[in-house]
Write a protein that binds this ligand. Structure first.
Ligand SMILES: [Zn+2]
Length: 124
């Protein structure tokens, strides 16, 4: 076991599971984002103040940081935990009140949230 290099495997995940966990919120954010007026085709630019003050900056930063082309092998546990937590907040914010009252809901959002909470709880 390597010391000082924690990766997604320390979260009890294999790479396919992590890819799947990140794919769900990525798809949701992409579907919900309005990029008609984006001057950068949704590539976040930290030096452009239009990006800094954009109302979609949270999603945009997440998507750029968690693009499927970015290798997950090099990512630290802390990075993955932080990004999954952000994605969890995003998905939770989309749940309607009526929906939250349902016990053991099996919709896509809730099924994904259950998985993410398990992953984050194991590692905390
Ligand atoms: Zn649900």
């Amino acid at each position: 076991m390597q010391v000082g290099h924690m990766t997604y495997q320390d979260l009890g995940l294999d790479s396919a599971e992590l890819v799947e966990l990140l794919a769900y919120p990525r798809r949701k954010m992409r579907d919900n984002m309005d990029v008609r007026f984006c001057p950068h085709a949704a590539f976040y630019n930290p030096v452009d103040e239009r990006c800094i003050y954009c109302h979609q900056d949270t999603e945009c930063k997440w998507l750029n940081h968690n693009d499927e082309m970015v290798a997950i092998e090099g990512k630290s546990t802390a990075d993955i935990q932080r990004e999954l937590t952000k994605a969890m907040d995003y998905v939770e914010a989309q749940l309607t009140a009526a929906h939250l009252n349902r016990r053991a809901c099996t919709c896509d959002n809730c099924a994904w949230l259950v998985k993410v909470r398990q992953v984050l709880a194991i590692s905390v």
